[in-house]
Design a protein around this ligand. Sequence first.
Ligand SMILES: CC(C)(COP(=O)(O)OP(=O)(O)OC[C@H]1O[C@@H](n2cnc3c(N)ncnc32)[C@H](O)[C@@H]1OP(=O)(O)O)[C@@H](O)C(=O)NCCC(=O)NCCS
Length: 198
Amino acid sequence: MSKYKEKSIWRHILGQPLHFVHHLTDMLRLKIRFRNSVIRNPLEITFSNLNNIHISDNVIIDTNCILRIINNCHLFIGEGTYIGPYCHISGTRNNIIIGRKVGIGDRVFISTTHHQYDDITKPILTQGFVSKGDVVVSDECLIGIGSYILSGVNIGKHSVIGGNSVVTHDIPPYSVAVGNPARVIKRYNSKKKRWLGV
Ligand SMILES: CC(C)(COP(=O)(O)OP(=O)(O)OC[C@H]1O[C@@H](n2cnc3c(N)ncnc32)[C@H](O)[C@@H]1OP(=O)(O)O)[C@@H](O)C(=O)NCCC(=O)NCCS
């Protein structure tokens, strides 16, 4: 890179509001800490404690993802997992555990909370959040493009979630689940050694 280009980049960075500089620092901390994985820019990250984020080796977090891991929530991403572009992983209560060698398609939303709406005298936006518990995506799963995994959901090992599914309940291991709400349509039969419709 020429000297001129380097200079103009720094001028550009220094001309930004402070939060942009904080963002660069956060990115740098992430990249230094998880150097055996690839975290592609831009990433929007909010965290209360960087120690609550655990990214194993050989993970790829593709471009334009959002990670919000705040309060006491922990995020764990297992070895060899791929997270596609534009995914949003939001943990404000409980934990998000994503296993090893999981494939997560573009635009997947994983959240441990949703908005409280019980009180009709207050706007929903001001009522805070509720959570049904941890989200677990077990080893070797594939989560299809555009899916939403709700709080408290546990997806068992080596299961497939079809594109654009909304996963509201646990999915057993070795299953294919599709739709809104996601229903199991196939399971692996280990005696017959093939996937069978249910
Ligand atoms: C679920 C999926 C894996 C297909 O699995 P499959 O075993 O080949 O399923 P089939 O094509 O035999 O379909 C079985 C039934 O599920 C339905 N189905 C398949 N995918 C569906 C989806 N995403 N949403 C709703 N229904 C779906 C089919 O229409 C079919 O219904 P029918 O029996 O009433 O005709 C695939 O459709 C899919 O959604 N893949 C996700 C791809 C992706 O996002 N990859 C991310 C890349 S990182």
